[in-house]
Design a protein around this ligand. Sequence first.
Ligand code: NDP
Ligand code: 2IT
Length: 445
Amino acid sequence: MAYNVAEQIERMKAKNPAEPEFIQAVSEVLESVAPVLAQRPDYEEAAILERITEPERIISFRVPWADDAGRIHVNRGYRVEFSSTLGPYKGGLRFHPAVTQGMLKFLGFEQIFKNALTGQGIGGGKGGADFNPKGRSDAEVMRFCQSFMTELFRHIGPNTDVPAGDMGVGGREIGYLFGAYKRLANRFDAGVLTGKPLSFGGSLARTQATGYGVVYFAQRILEERGEALDGKRVLVSGSGNVALYAVEKAEQLGATVVSVSDSSGAVYDPAGIDFELIRHIKEDLRGRVSDYAEQRSSAEYYDGARPWGFGGEVALPCATQNELEAADARALLNGGVQVLAEGANMPTTIEATEMLQGAGVVFAPGKAANAGGVATSALEMSQNAARSRWAFEEVDAKLHGIMEDIYERCVAAADTYGHPGNLVVGANCAAFTEVADAMIAQGLV
Ligand code: NDP
Ligand code: 2IT
């Protein structure tokens, strides 16, 4: 007997009520791996689906902190330790008011397969809190991070669970978290967190890695079609860590990036986004994309808008989950899109994904296209373990090689399982079989 995928999805819905993003992520994976499941009755005998969809451990905890006026706030912190099959739990921390346990389960579940694709020996996890860092002073963010780590420190370690950044968590937050960990544990465990500032164990090119990796992946797809990014119009959404460095690399490769956005609106700049200006506004001033439009005569700001209607051959959604829905897919198709690579995690709804694939767009799912960030985190762990530091060019070259490998693995698995060219099926089948086979080899744990 082999698994009945529809039954499994129904079971997941009943077992995880009120976790729509988690159900969406699980449904996408399970439907993609149907051709694997049909060939592998041993996966059902080993209850792989029941086990792989159940986090090994979820830690949830109170995070009390005081703001600058002395007022007390209480947030909820989490760490979802989803799978340690391939290595220590690895994945980012998200600080955003919309964070729920279900959202972190979706992100942790995706992380298992993404991390498998990197080939770097890392398991899957995710964490965070429903804390809103926007408008908070450095001192408030520091106190929040210290309180968060007061609980988290007992659960993490360089060979146990290695958090990093995600939305709302960058070098500043990782620095405060690292300082708090070091004090509580009385250990300078450089490899306990990645995305660290360079002066205490951070890796060169980790800041750039996710955005650069997305662009390397898109470039690889274009090469396969006998094309290149040079001369293409590129639509980027978001203006955070992933978006900024996607803009930089796409422009280095000769593309014109015509948009960036945030949760307030979108900027259209047909002259090409001025990378240094948007980087300065976002990283140095913690400003908004509307500030960019005010300072740049070629740019227009559209309040409340998304960038998908601006027209371009390449789309790189780099903001957040479900930011690209059916109407947006239609707008992209009208604007001549040929390639879409997901910089964010699950930015495209299933309906929009199917519309784009149906129209012949090459669609690269986040677990493949944005894996460069976590892959470079694994390179940071290697450097920390060896107490060494590699040059920017060396890390970047390794990142580039890893993105090429992931592309090849996705293409090969898509062929093997009868869906040539379908990178969603390819990514899911390649990653799922690797994790499932390792689970069987490790016995019932
Ligand atoms: P940041 O916090 O640095 O940036 C997030 C960006 O997305 C901001 O510009 C933010 O705008 C925007 N955004 C948030 N919510 C919305 C919304 N509802 N509509 C439109 N824009 C929105 O996060 P990252 O760049 O690190 O992460 C972006 C995505 O990439 C996430 O999905 C993350 O999980 C994923 N990712 C990140 C990796 C990393 O290494 N950092 C690695 C792989 C994936 P605003 O300021 O208004 O909130
Ligand atoms: O979604 C992701 O892959 C990340 N936020 C990066 C995780 C990491 O451990 O670098």
